[in-house]
Write a protein that binds this ligand. Structure first.
Ligand SMILES: [Zn+2]
Length: 455
């Protein structure tokens, strides 16, 4: 497969042509001889395709078929959104509501949901993704017996129950093609799915979507247990995911056993750390069990100053989500004491200390658009325009670079547009400096994966 991209800016040099052959960049230069199909770059920048280093693909696909709570800020607005959803579905139908937070209508229970939706099977997911609250008809539909320990039938709450709920509800998996197209439109050529629930069955479905071109991005899959790589390279096996929960932190020995287990599978370890307690436990576990380059802290939601040196000494990479500053920052400013705010979603202070940092969306828990994350990493502004962590701002080039690393080594192995590199590219409609002055997916002109134009 051949392609000649004409008149692009590469690493600050303008007026270049880039020749692609056999899925790789074969040459870069001025006025290269043409042979085969051509793409006019119109002077725009050609950069490596973006990587989302932490995303949840099935959950993102499911979001399209769910009720969103975006914009809900009061009990009345929450009740109105549920009423709207129940009015559009026949009695007995399932209604899935996503993105709940206590700031909307306080603690939810089965009884409160029964009052709002007495005739539908209602389930509401907390914004963190870790908790579902179900009403009585939904609970009854799951059947009796075999309850996981994290299910409280009296309150209707279940923590980390996605896999069990999916089995009991028996719903078809949502289509992945819209997700693949949406991410390609943002210039994304590689994805790391960070779901702890991924098993061989889920991996096979993702691989099938990749082979069919529905999910054209290169895939790396984390999992909470053993996972076998696809023989044809449809996905690579990523780190073993360890999901911590302040609600139920694991025993220390169990944690270090998980790390040891990952080593026997020749895998790195990625640990979900949103709170300071989760991070402290994780640093202690890596200190005891040993860390290896490529082990990761997912989120790094709260990183106290004294943890930064430990992260560096252990060689851990932090995979952060800059868009949380934009999308949740106003709530952090209300809920988090001023003295603790400097610890939230650090970026510049980590890189300055020598801690490798990469970025991701954690979609659907934040927008999957990486350009929003780039904008937030640059300006650290909340949706209301307030500043959150001014000292954590990074340069526009550094913000983009958070999304450009090799998915096998986020924060540690930058990709470049150079001869011999895989032709996983993002063509922009303007020079890079102009794009980074107002980062937006609107600037993406084409997305190329393995030399094929997918968008
Ligand atoms: Zn996540």
């Amino acid at each position: 497969m051949r392609l000649l991209i004409r008149n692009v800016e590469v690493a600050g040099r303008v007026g270049l042509d880039v020749r692609i052959e056999g899925g790789r960049i074969a040459g870069i230069g001025a006025r290269l001889a043409g042979a085969g199909p051509e793409l006019d770059g119109r002077g725009g920048a050609l950069i490596p395709g973006l990587c989302d280093h932490h995303i949840h693909l099935f959950a993102l696909a499911a979001r399209a078929e769910s009720v969103s709570l975006e914009g809900v800020a009061s009990p009345a607005a929450f009740a109105a959104r549920i009423a709207e959803a129940t009015a559009s579905k026949p009695p007995g139908a399932w209604i899935r509501v996503l993105g709940y937070h206590e700031a909307m209508a306080g603690d939810l229970t089965r009884a409160r949901l029964d009052a709002l939706a007495p005739r539908h099977r209602l389930r509401v997911q907390h914004q963190t993704g870790s908790l579902w609250i179900l009403n009585s008809l939904a609970l009854a539909a799951l059947g009796e017996g075999g309850d996981p320990p994290s299910l409280e039938r009296d309150t209707g709450r279940i923590w980390r129950g996605d896999a069990w709920l999916r089995r009991r509800i028996g719903a078809d998996p949502p289509p992945l093609a819209p997700v693949g197209a949406r991410l390609a439109a943002c210039g994304i050529t590689a994805l790391t799915d960070a779901s702890v629930t991924t098993d061989d069955d889920a991996a096979a479905r993702l691989a099938a979507a990749h082979r069919a071109g529905e999910l054209p991005q290169r895939l790396t899959l984390m999992s909470g247990g053993a996972l076998t790589a696809a023989a044809d390279g449809a996905f690579a096996v990523g780190p073993l995911k360890v999901l911590l929960d302040d609600h139920a932190l694991p025993e220390f020995d169990d944690f270090t056993d998980r790390i040891a287990c990952a080593r026997t599978w020749d895998r790195r370890v990625a640990v979900h750390c949103v709170t300071a307690a989760e991070l402290a436990l994780t640093l202690a576990a890596f200190t005891a069990a040993g860390a290896a380059p490529g082990d990761r802290i997912e989120h790094g939601g709260v990183i106290p100053p004294d943890a930064i040196g430990q992260l560096r000494d252990l060689g851990l990479t932090v995979v952060t989500q800059p868009a949380f500053v934009r999308e949740r920052g106003d709530r952090y400013l209300r809920d988090v004491a001023p003295s603790d705010r400097v610890d939230l979603y650090r970026c510049a202070s980590l890189t300055a200390a020598g801690v490798p940092v990469a970025a991701s969306s954690d979609a659907p828990y934040a927008s999957p658009d990486p350009w929003r994350g780039i904008a937030a990493a640059i300006d650290r502004r909340t949706a209301d325009g307030a500043m959150l962590g001014a000292d954590e701002r990074v340069s526009p080039e550094a913000a983009l670079a958070l999304y450009l690393d090799d998915p096998a080594a986020p924060g540690r192995r930058p990709r470049r547009v150079e001869a011999g590199a895989p032709a996983d590219l993002c063509l922009l409609k303007a020079p890079l400096r102009d794009v980074l002055a107002a980062p937006s997916a609107e600037f993406v002109a084409a997305t190329i994966i393995g030399g094929a134009v997918v968008q």
